[in-house]
Ligand binder design. Structure first.
Ligand SMILES: *[C@@H]1O[C@H](CO)[C@@H](O)[C@H](O)[C@H]1NC(C)=O
Ligand SMILES: *[C@@H]1O[C@H](CO)[C@@H](O)[C@H](O)[C@H]1NC(C)=O
Ligand SMILES: *[C@@H]1O[C@H](CO)[C@@H](O)[C@H](O)[C@H]1NC(C)=O
Ligand SMILES: *[C@@H]1O[C@H](CO)[C@@H](O)[C@H](O)[C@H]1NC(C)=O
Ligand SMILES: *[C@@H]1O[C@H](CO)[C@@H](O)[C@H](O)[C@H]1NC(C)=O
Ligand SMILES: *[C@@H]1O[C@H](CO)[C@@H](O)[C@H](O)[C@H]1NC(C)=O
Ligand SMILES: *[C@@H]1O[C@H](CO)[C@@H](O)[C@H](O)[C@H]1NC(C)=O
Length: 511
């Protein structure tokens, strides 16, 4: 054999070995891997081998071992073992420091099957580890992961506050991911596709930044961190932008206001573009609510005064005022006042009478008197209001809303032999999202509802042992998204919450 071909062969083998060791998780997560769990659903093991995991934390491994003694059903434990570490194992795609500040940590956390960072997903992916978070200066720590996500989100928001998903930071050396769907997008304000992956303006994206900031502070009380880098500037940008979004479609003299944001896409899906040449359906000013062009499903809103994101925004803006006090007391006061006025807007305009359920929260309103009564699985949803720390689950309007959402009166409630829960237009009718069941369990005190929900979750993964995006309610083999880290993290968070609240339910065996 010629020397160069020997070299080529060994290079090819080396590449093969690497590929065999660290397979692409998009493919890996579509097939079953031994050892299967020993319950009746025989779920696949889905963690990458240790050498291929993207971030290791001893406290996460210890939590998995600890849960092994609490969760008696082998399939339910397998689902936890796969799902809870999924963000660390597969999506902490790069971690490092800013090129212009060697102390500024940055963490690039991808959503899963797309190499881009969503503000909402990454904040919630981190939240799944909140209960383990403690102050720690080490760059190998969970606290450092949180700080890195906060710093990178601040950078994104400062440059493009209307956008929802972003490219890897230049420091990572990772190439920008191309977004075929966005090629025809016409968006104002404009953006650079090497920096932004997609620019759908969603109030919940910037609220997620506030939620993440609160989660970090709540567990570490590390106020000093927030004064060091771009956090306060990002919050000022958010305040400026959201105050601009209190504007209605029409000015007092009848003229049409210039919309701060417009979006148009060539698409066959109505939910992928905005009506009225990119401004959306008309909105009346004066409710105190902030507009949102898109929902947390990345689908367009029908009415832009989207209540769940206003709940989330009000909740975490108010909480983050406490952090801001140590950095800029004037801004902190503005945040508190704004948080209160949004809450007042929700209380005054966001509730409607339903003939069957009494007073419930609307999903969206336009401020003229029209409302859209539904719920979508994606958080923030109406069902999730208690976990947005906006209200107590015992709230009467919430309880009415909950009954409505989890009934066939909700136009996006799906049921069938495989799974019952809410879905949404993103995956379409006939598909329930496991995320909605997880949210229902996080907000429930009813033991039989919780056990039934766990039974559904453990029995509907198509044997793959991961939380899918949506599932055909009549066919569990017909699911979407094999690699959706947010939903996996939320499942882990829910099981840990049950361990604290109702450990006896985790002793259930499922059939
Ligand atoms: C995680 O730990 C394993 C050994 O248990 C190691 O092989 C791997 O490189 C570690 N991953 C990272 C990102 O440090
Ligand atoms: C630091 O560099 C990054 C990447 O080039 C840039 O986005 C950011 O604005 C810079 N920050 C400052 C404070 O200059
Ligand atoms: C901080 O985090 C590092 C890395 O995870 C860990 O080794 C260390 O024990 C932690 N320190 C404290 C005080 O918890
Ligand atoms: C936001 O900032 C811009 C530029 O500084 C300013 O022109 C605008 O009036 C501000 N908007 C609000 C609502 O404060
Ligand atoms: C919700 O309200 C109930 C009854 O007032 C109370 O027992 C419970 O502690 C509250 N929960 C939270 C999270 O505040
Ligand atoms: C869904 O609800 C229906 C009743 O509406 C029930 O017959 C069915 O068993 C439920 N499916 C699951 C998966 O729990
Ligand atoms: C269930 O879905 C799978 C995957 O889409 C499909 O191959 C199968 O034919 C479906 N089964 C039925 C009974 O429709």
């Amino acid at each position: 054999m010629h020397l160069s071909s020997i070299l080529l062969t060994s290079v090819a083998i080396a590449v093969d070995v690497v590929l065999a060791q660290c397979p692409d998780y998009t493919t890996y997560s579509t097939t079953k891997h031994e050892p299967l769990s020993k319950g009746m659903y025989q779920l696949s093991y889905q963690r990458p081998i240790a050498a291929c995991r993207k971030f290791n934390l001893t406290e996460v491994e210890a939590t998995i071992q600890d849960m092994k003694t609490v969760v008696k059903d082998p399939d339910l434990f397998r689902l936890f073992e796969n799902a809870f570490p999924n963000t660390l194992d597969t999506t902490v795609t790069w971690k490092g420091f800013a090129s212009n500040n060697s102390e500024e940590e940055l963490t690039f956390v991808t959503t899963g099957d797309i190499v881009a960072m969503w503000l909402r997903d990454s904040a919630n992916q981190m939240r799944s580890y909140k209960s383990l978070l403690m102050a720690n200066e080490s760059s190998e720590s969970l606290a450092s992961l949180f700080r890195g996500v906060i710093n990178l989100q601040a950078r994104y928001i400062l440059k493009n506050p209307y956008c929802n998903a972003f490219q890897a930071p230049t420091e990572s050396g990772l190439p920008p991911e191309s977004n075929g769907y966005a090629e025809t997008d016409q968006v104002t304000p404009p953006f650079d596709p090497d920096f932004v992956f997609e620019c759908k303006y969603e109030l919940d994206s910037i609220s997620a930044f506030l939620q993440l900031s609160w989660d970090y502070y709540d567990m570490t009380l590390d106020a000093a961190f927030f004064g060091k880098f771009q956090w306060a500037s990002a919050v000022r940008t958010i305040l400026n932008m959201t105050q601009g979004l209190l504007v209605g479609t029409y000015a007092a003299d009848g003229s049409v206001n210039t919309s701060p944001y417009t979006f148009q896409r060539e698409s066959t899906a109505a939910t992928e573009t905005l009506a009225n040449k990119g401004i959306g359906n008309p909105v009346r000013a004066g409710t105190g609510l902030v507009r949102s062009a898109f929902r947390p499903s990345d689908d367009a809103t029908i009415y832009q005064l989207f209540i769940p994101a206003n709940m989330q925004f009000s909740s975490y803006l108010g909480r983050c005022a406490e952090i801001m006090k140590t950095v800029d007391a004037d801004v902190a006061q503005k945040m508190s006042l704004f948080s209160t006025s949004v809450r007042k807007g929700i209380d005054t305009y966001g509730k409607v009478m339903h003939a069957e359920f009494g007073q419930i929260y609307a999903y969206e309103i336009d401020g003229f008197g029209s409302s859209n009564l539904m719920d979508d699985a994606n958080v923030p949803s109406l069902l999730s209001a208690p976990i947005l720390d906006f209200l107590n689950a015992s709230d009467e309007t919430y309880q009415n809303t909950r009954k409505f959402v989890l009934s066939t009166w909700n136009p996006y409630y799906m049921h069938g032999p495989v799974i019952n829960g809410t879905g949404g237009p993103h995956a379409g009718p006939g598909r329930a999202w496991p995320m909605s069941i997880i949210t229902a369990l996080l907000t429930s005190d009813d033991d039989s509802e919780i056990v039934e929900g766990l039974q559904t979750l453990v029995s509907s993964t198509d044997g793959l042992g991961l939380i899918h995006e949506s599932i055909n309610t009549f066919n569990q083999s017909d699911w979407t998204r094999q690699w959706f880290s947010w939903a996996n993290g939320l499942f882990g968070e829910m099981l840990l919450d049950l361990k604290d609240r109702k450990p006896e339910l985790l002793a259930t065996r499922f059939q």
